[in-house]
Design a protein around this ligand. Structure first.
Ligand code: NDP
Ligand code: MG
Length: 379
């Protein structure tokens, strides 16, 4: 089936690859959205001819409008515009690849508009998992994972949805600081932390991989997507990033999904599901890979993983507090305002705040503000 998509975060790492997938398979792009990159949005608008384009940053609205004035496209801005792009009447599917928890409201808007969701934005589920999955169920809307580990788990479960799962084996590359001690991490720089061994991604997720908060966020994401309790989700360090994750069933049979570390396949699988199509990714050559290695994570050095487990164990608004503290802490680290190890400290300490409220959009936004205030007053 030829789907019609709206792509949120179209100028980012996932967004640009998603557009290549659309182009390769002849899918129409009805909506595009980005934060402020008007030059690339203009280029994408000329190439894909969407009906609507959203530039979130209101100060860029008029200049983007002028850039595409010769095209039959509606230009919108702000959170209202982003939600409009998520609920476009002409689109069947919304691929949400914005970075950060700003992705929550457009995901909810897309569900309410009965769009299939291809979800890359993990912060949506970390903060609003309860709300999003409940609403998706009520509206009978599929939430298809784009994150490579969750795509792998989803693929492993296909055909076995009725079977009891013992464990999910969530693989992690270990990032650029695998094997290092806390003392060695004290003075690492932004450049060191952005140097991921296997994956080329946006800056925020690359820092999250270095602290291993990315795996913590993914553990929470897996809990919401697959309804498997956190104690049955085991993080396994797998340096080669060839096994993208695995599922162990009741009979101890383990099914894993393998492939080269390339986001094209999981992005494409979410878009073409339930079909499989040819993909321009490099085929896996196991002789070239040679060996696959596995290690237990070092939870003391990479304490973000422990913090994420504690946040989801407490549930409610605790994962939101942690996520918001992390978003701000990563930004402060990238801006040179705090050290690498301070990111994990702030994420852990923010759980001192009260996160026992109900998970509603308003409470999530209030928790976000409280976490921001906490971080800014703690540095
Ligand atoms: P990037 O930083 O490369 O791109 C982010 C995109 O979101 C850009 O298009 C950016 O626009 C846009 N954006 C940011 N804020 C807003 C906003 N308020 N309104 C509209 N658009 C906005 O990130 P990635 O592509 O790496 O990651 C996107 C999401 O996918 C994240 O949640 C990440 O965790 C997840 N993910 C990413 C993977 C990867 O391989 N990159 C793997 C698995 C998950 P602009 O360019 O104008 O700033
Ligand atoms: Mg991932």
């Amino acid at each position: 089936m030829l789907k019609r998509l709206s792509i949120l975060g179209s100028t980012g790492s996932i967004g640009t690859q998603a557009l290549e997938v659309c182009e390769a398979h002849g899918f129409s792009v009805m909506g595009l959205a980005a934060y402020s990159n008007e030059a690339l949005l203009e280029e994408q608008t000329r190439r894909f001819r969407p009906q609507l384009v959203c530039i979130f940053d209101e100060s860029r609205y008029h200049s983007l409008k002028a850039r595409v004035a010769d095209l039959p496209v509606r230009v919108v801005t702000g959170i209202g515009g982003l939600c409009e792009a998520a609920s476009l009447a002409e689109a069947d599917m919304v691929l949400n690849a914005v970075s950060g928890m700003i992705g929550l409201r457009p995901t909810l808007a897309a569900i309410d508009a009965h769009k299939e969701i291809a979800l890359a934005n993990k912060e949506t589920l970390v903060t609003g998992g309860e709300l999003v999955m409940r609403r998706a169920k009520v509206q009978n809307v599929p939430v298809l994972p784009v994150d490579s580990e969750h795509s792998a788990i989803f693929q492993c479960l296909n055909g076995y949805r009725h079977c009891k799962v013992n464990r999910i084996l969530l693989t992690a590359s270990g990032g650029p600081f695998f094997g290092k001690t806390r003392a060695e991490l004290q003075y690492v720089t932004k450049k060191d932390a952005l140097n991921h061994p296997n994956w080329s991604m946006g800056q925020k997720i690359t820092i999250d991989s270095a602290t291993m908060m990315n795996k913590g966020l993914e553990l929470i994401e897996a809990y919401w997507l697959f309804d498997v309790p956190p104690e049955q989700i085991e993080v396994v360090i797998h340096r080669e990033s060839i096994i993208h994750s695995a599922v162990e069933f009741e009979d101890c049979g383990v099914i894993a999904q393998l492939g080269m570390p390339d986001m094209k396949l999981p992005i494409q699988y979410a878009i073409t599901y339930p079909e499989r199509r040819p993909c321009p990714t490099k085929p896996l050559n196991l002789w070239e890979v040679g060996k696959l290695t596995f290690y237990e994570p070092d939870m003391e050095t990479f304490s973000c993983l422990k913090t994420a487990k504690e946040a989801i164990r407490r549930g409610k608004l605790y994962p939101t507090l942690m996520n918001c503290a992390n978003e701000l802490a990563v930004q402060l680290f990238l801006d040179g305002k705090i050290s690498f190890l301070q990111i994990a400290e702030l994420n852990e300490r923010v759980l001192e705040l009260d996160g026992r409220g109900e998970v509603t959009v308003d409470n999530i936004l209030n928790a976000e503000a409280a976490a921001r205030e906490f971080v800014l007053s703690s540095i």
